[in-house]
Ligand binder design. Structure first.
Ligand code: PLP
Length: 440
């Protein structure tokens, strides 16, 4: 598509902001939950169906990945109250947080060590169940440990996926476990250790010198050539999205366990790092099903790669890339290094997402060190982007406008804020040291 930048900037003054400074975008189309859901044909029933499928597969997961045995083959992360981090954010960044602060540790998810252990793994399980049922190899009522015996059957099939790193890790590991021949198409942003780890598990890794969109395109092309091949479409997959959405059902229980009330007088704020949009979109969709108007979800994107903000603010979705407005798409937050957003997610988020914001790379390392120093928890720089929202929600004028509009100012002392940590567990020790010593 041809973009007339001058005209576009005239219509969307936010583009000039995005080019000049860290920007907070409040979604002008955000409306109440009931009305927003009238235009969406995905529902709670789809999320429940997804959760039931994950429960069926738990016997296989538990057997093949012993690290999941304590949770009976259910891949889930802790919700951790981080009061020490809250104190640091208040003191060092004048964040003015008055309620409770939690870290959702998807950085610690079993098997893939990132939020992709939700969407990516589910996508392959769903595909495998469909294949096995079609071929009369399994019934829903069977014990799914049986999948351990289907590796020969799945070895006739291949899986392809394009990735900046973490999606490749999750798809690669679970596909290899089920017996598939799997190829991960890695963009230039992907870290070497991720490629090495995948190769050690028998995954075929193809490297590209270009960005994520190109890696996806090439993967799709190769996959189409082979009729027994399945291409994981990160940009358009409903199943990936639903895999992420299940987190909301689990979070509801964890909030209860932590005695956190979410209702009209006790609002919940959630900040999630965003790349192509699937993970934060799926999580937001799930949370809105459960907490409706009492949860306020915001995405956080790198200053140089705010693809979802650009797509949603201009309503051009995937018809525009950050490069079209003169940003580079290059960021140390490798999990978020995406220049063009998912249209599917942009459309579903249209009236459900409260807003989006950008963050410069330099502070990501600072937040990372702050979390280590205050809570002894390591997460990767892509994940720490969420803390930028935590720091701004009660201190920035644009966010105060949102709080005021939704009559939330007086309720902030009863609020809970969740910083969604999206990756970190598998980062090797030497790379952690390198991160900790990085000052931009
Ligand atoms: C993939 C990823 C995200 C964002 O997910 P998208 O579906 O690309 O929006 C956030 N953080 C990390 C660490 C990731 O790997």
């Amino acid at each position: 598509m041809n973009i007339n930048l001058k005209e576009l900037k005239q219509k969307n003054s936010i583009i000039n902001d995005m080019l000049m400074k860290e920007t907070i975008w409040l979604n002008p189309d955000y409306i109440d939950y009931d009305n927003a859901m009238r235009n969406i044909n995905i529902s709670m029933k789809d999320i429940e169906d997804t959760e039931n499928r994950l429960i069926r597969f738990s016997a296989f997961i538990k057997k093949y990945f012993p690290e999941t045995s304590s949770s009976n083959g259910i891949i889930e992360s802790p919700l951790t109250n981080i009061e020490n981090m809250k104190d640091i954010l208040n003191k060092k960044y004048d964040a003015k947080i008055s309620g409770k602060l939690f870290l959702k540790e998807d950085s610690n998810l079993a098997i893939a060590g990132s939020v992709k252990a939700r969407g990516g793994i589910y996508e392959i399980l769903k595909y495998s169940e469909d294949l096995a049922i079609e071929n009369n190899l399994i019934k829903e009522t069977d014990n799914y440990e049986k999948f351990l015996d289907l590796r020969d059957f799945f070895s006739q099939y291949s899986i392809h996926v394009g990735s900046t790193g973490n999606l490749g890790l999750s798809i690669g590991i679970i596909s290899a476990a089920l017996g598939y021949s799997v190829t991960v198409h890695m963009s230039a942003d992907a870290r070497k250790w991720k490629k090495d780890l995948l190769r050690s598990k028998g995954v075929n890794v193809i490297e590209y010198s270009s960005d994520y969109s190109k890696a996806v395109e090439e993967g799709r092309k190769l996959s189409l050539k082979d009729e027994k091949s399945y291409f994981v479409d990160d940009e358009n997959s409903l199943n990936l999205f639903l895999g992420y959405a299940v987190s909301a059902i689990r979070l509801k229980k964890q909030l209860l366990e932590n005695k956190v009330l979410v209702d009209e007088n006790n609002p919940l704020f959630v900040f999630i790092p965003c790349g192509v949009g699937g993970a934060p979109g799926g999580i937001t969709f799930g949370l809105k099903q459960i907490f409706k108007d009492n949860v306020h979800c915001f995405f956080v994107e790198p200053f140089q790669a705010p693809c979802m903000m650009l797509g949603m603010a201009t309503k051009l979705n995937n018809d525009i890339s950050v490069q079209d407005i003169g940003l580079t798409g290059v960021t140390c937050a490798d999990g978020l290094a995406v220049g063009r957003p998912s249209k599917f997610v942009g459309v579903v988020m249209r009236e459900l997402l409260s807003g989006d914001m950008t963050v410069k790379d330099s502070v990501l390392y600072d937040y990372m060190r702050d979390l280590i120093n205050s809570e002894d928890i390591f997460i990767e720089p892509s994940s720490t982007a969420a803390f930028h929202g935590v720091c701004k929600i009660e201190s920035d004028d644009t966010f105060r406008e949102y709080l005021s509009k939704h009559k939330l100012i007086d309720k902030m002392k009863n609020s809970s804020i969740i910083s969604w940590a999206t990756g970190g567990k598998l980062v090797p020790e030497d790379i952690r040291k390198e991160y900790i010593n990085t000052y931009l």
